[in-house]
Each structure stands twice: as structure tokens, then as C-alpha cells.
Design a protein around this ligand. Structure first.
Ligand code: CTP
Length: 402
């Protein structure tokens, strides 16, 4: 989480979802952010300022009639110090005021003064949310560059069912982090594959590998955070789908082939981090295989090579990034793979390197490029390596355009 060291001004306005802002405060603080809470008077009817004071470690600023000079200075200094300004929950009222520049309390005067990115998380009754005036106000805010975190649909406190629920904390944190992240991949369609494949032998057994999917998931998460439209074709893993990513679940290499090839044409970048099984049992036994006394020989059939097929189909302007995991002759094998499969870039991992390999949170890899360049970034988190991979692909794309 990249909220560490950031100064977040969190404005809590008066709706029943105000209690959820307490969890948000706590989680942001745990992520290393300094959280300064401002509340409207009506918000204090739903939750006590003391709750936020305890969770944030700072005095909660509440709009009061006895505002004095010091408070006025405080709101301007908070507006200046904020790295990001968050209104969660945002009532229809505060959204309307923000859209029209009305500044009549601590929250709205501070908002008007800030130059920080603003994240608005609407939460209200469905009728109020769907009302054209609220929608128009939200549209005005979007056009002014505010980041709107759309409400979830479901059961609402008023008994209605529909859109208007404040999203859960991870979704809010994702929206806040996104507002702090340059959207340099906006408009790009990126397909990422991740995880192992499973090749069935019989109804209870399969052949697979040790991939956990962490590298591919990190790439998908960072690409979405940087604004790309991301499809993640994933084999079976224990990982949750990253926020803002469309995940397509597959089991076998042939499933992955179908899922990837059917979506390939419309992608700007395809990054194949999955550990695809090269072979599958030639026959899937319809019933469980029973053991005998002697050896069991299983005939294996070749799976299609998805990356090679993508290399054949690649259209001008599309970038293809493969991965190679080797135990020997890493760079020679990788260079050969890059050429054979018509990739623009190949990320070569050695299973023998400390800090690399299956299930780790770090990776060391050598990036090989089609023009012969090579780069070996130091040992770093899979997320940081994901950013470097995306940076290099973006640079290649920009170089092609010029
Ligand atoms: N890959 C693929 N389809 C396969 C096998 C591999 O798309 N059936 C992709 C992987 O996602 C990875 C790259 O190919 O991006 C390299 O995988 P690897 O198994 O190392 O490559 P192979 O060409 O199968 O090499 P080897 O000769 O080492 O078996």
C-alpha cells in the first residue's frame, strides 16, 4: 500500500455510513498515512468525534458556531498540507455544495481551498443517488477532475435495496491510492495471465506446478492502479482479484488458450506471467484411476503454446511480454525464447536466485528486449518489479509512436 507517509484529510459527512469511516481511518493509519478528520455537525449525530480522535491520533475538527480565528487558520493549513482530500461518506448535500462552490462549513471551506486531488465516495438512499440532480452534480465533479468512488448496490439502512451503499474499506483505499497515482496507463487495454494451470488425469487428480500467481497479480494490480483496463486470466490461486481488475478464471492450459486468444486482438499489451503446463495427460480417465502393483505410465500430450500463438498473431502497435523461469542457462534460453515467440520483452527468472521464485514476495529478474538490450533491476518487491515492467512497455510503445 502506497499511502505510507501521505497526509490524508478525511471529511465525514452526515449519513448512516459515517461509522464505516472509522474503519477507513484506522486502516489508512495502519498503512502509514497521517489522517486528519473533519466532520460536519450532522455527522456527529451518527458517530462521535472522539472515535476519530482515538483512531487517528489527531484532534477531530468539527464545524461549530464558535469557530474562531485559530480554526480558520487550521482549515487553510489542512487544505494546503493534504496530499489527498477524501469525502467519505459524501451526502447528496455535500456533493451539491461541492459542485456549486458553496462553502458554509469547515468541510466545504477546506475543500474549496485545497489543491490536492479529491476523492468523493457518495453514500445515500437510492432515490437520492439516482435523482438527476445528484447525478448531474457528480458529473460536474467528475469533469472538474474529482475522483468518484461509485457506491455499491445492496441493502440500504432505510430498508430499500439499490445503489447507494458506501463501498467497503479496501475499495475506498484503492480509490484513494489511485487518486495519488499518476494515471499514465489510462486508455490502455492490458491482458495479464497468472498462476499455474491444472491438467486433469482423472476426476480427482491433476498435474500442475508451484506457481502461486503473485507476480502476475502484482502486474495486474499495478496496471489497474495506473489507470489501465485490465483483464487477468488466472489459473487456480489462493489470491483475491485485485481491485478494478476483471478476472477470468481458468483451469487448464487449453482453457487459458481460449480465454486469451479470444481477447487478444483488442489488447494494447499482453503480459504472460502464467506458468502454463506444457503437457497434459493424453486421456482423462472418466473414473478414478485405481492403483495396481506395478508402475503406472501416463502418456502426455502437448498443450498449445499460447505465447507463441500470440507472437504469430501480434498486430502492429501491440506489445507482447513473456516470462521464462529456468534452472540453467537462464539468459541464453531466455534470449532464444524471446526471438522464437516474437516477444517485445521477456522477463527471465532463475529459480536458483535468492529472493526469486515461487511464492516469494520479492523477485530478481533480467529483462530482455527485442533489440538486444538487457536490464537487471536489483532484488525488489514483485509490485515494484511490476511497475518497472509496465514502465518499460510504456516506453517501448511511446518510442514506436514517435
Ligand atoms: N507459455 C505459454 N503456453 C505454454 C507454455 C508457456 O504461453 N503452453 C508461456 C508462459 O506464460 C511464459 C513463456 O511461455 O510467458 C515461457 O514459458 P516456458 O515454459 O518457460 O517456455 P517454453 O517455451 O515452454 O520453454 P521450455 O523450452 O523451457 O519448455
Amino acid at each position: 500500500m502506497r499511502l505510507a507517509g501521505k497526509m490524508v484529510v478525511l471529511c465525514v459527512t452526515g449519513g448512516i455510513a459515517a461509522y464505516k469511516a472509522a474503519d477507513l481511518t484506522s486502516k489508512m493509519r495502519q498503512a502509514g498515512a497521517a489522517v486528519r478528520v473533519l466532520m460536519t455537525e450532522s455527522a456527529t449525530q451518527f458517530i462521535s468525534p472522539m472515535t476519530f480522535e482515538t483512531l487517528s491520533g489527531y484532534r477531530t475538527v468539527v464545524d461549530t458556531f464558535d469557530r474562531n480565528f485559530a480554526w480558520e487558520v487550521e482549515h487553510i493549513s489542512l487544505a494546503k498540507a493534504a496530499d489527498v482530500f477524501v469525502i467519505a461518506p459524501a451526502t447528496a448535500n455535500v456533493i451539491a455544495k461541492a459542485a456549486h462552490g458553496i462553502a458554509d462549513d469547515m468541510v466545504t471551506t477546506t475543500l474549496l481551498a485545497t489543491k490536492a486531488p479529491v476523492v468523493v465516495a457518495p453514500a445515500m438512499n437510492t432515490g437520492m443517488y439516482d435523482n438527476p440532480v445528484t447525478q448531474q452534480n457528480l458529473q460536474t465533479l467528475r469533469e472538474r477532475g474529482f475522483h468518484i468512488v461509485d457506491p455499491a448496490a445492496g441493502h440500504l439502512a432505510c430498508g430499500d435495496t439499490g445503489r447507494g451503499k458506501l463501498p467497503d474499506t479496501p475499495t475506498l483505499m484503492h480509490g484513494i491510492e489511485k487518486a495519488l497515482t499518476p494515471q499514465d496507463l489510462r486508455g490502455q487495454r492490458i491482458l495479464v495471465t497468472a498462476g499455474p494451470t491444472q491438467e486433469a488425469m482423472d476426476p480427482v487428480r491433476f498435474l500442475s506446478n508451484h506457481s502461486t500467481g503473485k507476480m502476475g497479480y502484482a502486474i495486474a494490480a499495478r496496471a489497474a492502479m495506473r489507470g489501465a483496463e485490465v483483464t487477468l486470466v488466472s489459473g487456480p490461486t489462493a489470491l483475491a482479484a485485485p481491485e478494478g481488475v476483471q478476472r477470468v478464471d481458468i483451469i487448464s492450459a487449453r482453457d487459458m488458450y481460449d480465454a486469451v486468444i479470444s481477447r487478444a486482438d483488442r489488447q494494447d499489451m499482453i503480459i504472460k506471467a502464467a506458468a502454463v503446463g506444457d503437457y497434459r495427460p493424453a486421456e482423462i480417465a472418466p473414473e478414478k484411476l485405481k492403483k495396481g502393483d506395478g508402475e503406472l505410465t501416463v502418456a502426455l500430450a502437448r498443450n498449445p503454446d499460447i505465447l507463441a500463438e500470440l507472437g504469430r498473431r501480434k498486430h502492429p502497435g501491440q506489445l507482447l511480454c513473456g516470462f521464462a523461469m529456468e534452472t540453467q542457462n537462464l539468459l541464453d534460453n531466455a534470449a532464444d525464447k524471446l526471438r522464437r515467440k516474437n516477444c517485445d520483452m521477456l522477463v527471465a527468472n532463475s529459480l536458483r536466485d535468492k529472493g526469486a521464485g515461487f511464492g516469494t514476495d520479492t523477485n530478481v529478474a533480467t529483462l530482455l528486449f527485442a533489440d538486444g538490450r538487457r536490464e537487471t533491476p536489483p532484488l525488489m518487491s514483485k509490485e515494484d518489479l511490476a511497475d518497472i515492467i509496465l514502465d518499460r512497455l510504456l516506453a517501448m510503445q511511446q518510442a514506436q509512436l514517435n
